[in-house]
Write a protein that binds this ligand. Sequence first.
Ligand code: NAP
Length: 287
Amino acid sequence: MAHFAIVGPGHAGSTLAGALKAAGHLPVGVWGRSLQTAQQLAEKLHTPVYTQPSAALSSADWIFFTVPDTLIAPVAERYARSGLILPHSVFIHLAGTWGPHILPAGWPRLALHPCVSLQGFDQSLQQAPLVAEADAPAAKVAAERIAASTGAHLLRFPGTDRATYHALCALTANLVPALLQKIAMQLRSLGFTFQEADELITSLLDSGWRAVRTKGATGFTGPLVRGDVQTVQHHLSALQNRAPGLAACYRQLSQLLLASLSEVSPAQEEKEGKNGTSSALANSLPL
Ligand SMILES: NC(=O)c1ccc[n+]([C@@H]2O[C@H](COP(=O)([O-])OP(=O)(O)OC[C@H]3O[C@@H](n4cnc5c(N)ncnc54)[C@H](OP(=O)(O)O)[C@@H]3O)[C@@H](O)[C@H]2O)c1
């Protein structure tokens, strides 16, 4: 059992605090920018609330700086300079973009990025991937204890290109759902209920990704793969009328799919005796 402090009581801070408390760890306090927002989390944790560094920090084994990414370095620096934090405390942030080194030197530092959309106190972290980069053995041990006690799955950050890593996470977690939400709205405007739209999207997404995950680019299906130019033309004119933004996405993503297909199709086309079909297809599409 460890003592933990949360600095930044938003989505991430609340989710982590809930999972740590459920795992038997003890909160020493919640630090917020204003008492009002911090109070809600503090009440759930039955712990005091603060807006400035305070003596309670000295009993924290783990201090989580769950503030917006750009505030992590200045806020953690201010807390470090308070002189209230003991040398054994591990400084932790959850941002995907940064490694541990944006936290102040002099303490074990840990970047622990939950690869999951964090929504609040009652969300479990069971099976959630936590991508960790530690700069000291004590920070590594903290990551292992947090993952083991919450049921999360610890992964080591494998390289140095955190900006690309986090951009890919944002594409998957934020931008693809933004596209799916627009698709759901269009399905509803065609007359489907919300539940029906959700069922259609989930079925298509699950089966489509499962096929590509297991078979690579040969798992793609649909009119582009079949070379059905007329169907693609129908799609584009329908979308252009109803939702020009989706038509633009359709064009852009079609280019991406065609590029993936062209990587596999030469061998396949040779086998089927129709050399050059995929590039001819790419040229004839209204993209
Ligand atoms: N949400 C996710 O799905 C997710 C997933 C992975 C990683 N993360 C990471 O988690 C971190 C927090 O993101 P979030 O989504 O939880 O953001 P958020 O919901 O906006 O929460 C940020 C919290 O920090 C507080 N805060 C701002 N300045 C502060 C200060 N000087 N002292 C104390 N608290 C302060 C804010 O208070 P106010 O309410 O008063 O503004 C707010 O409660 C980021 O590094 C992010 O990259 C988030």
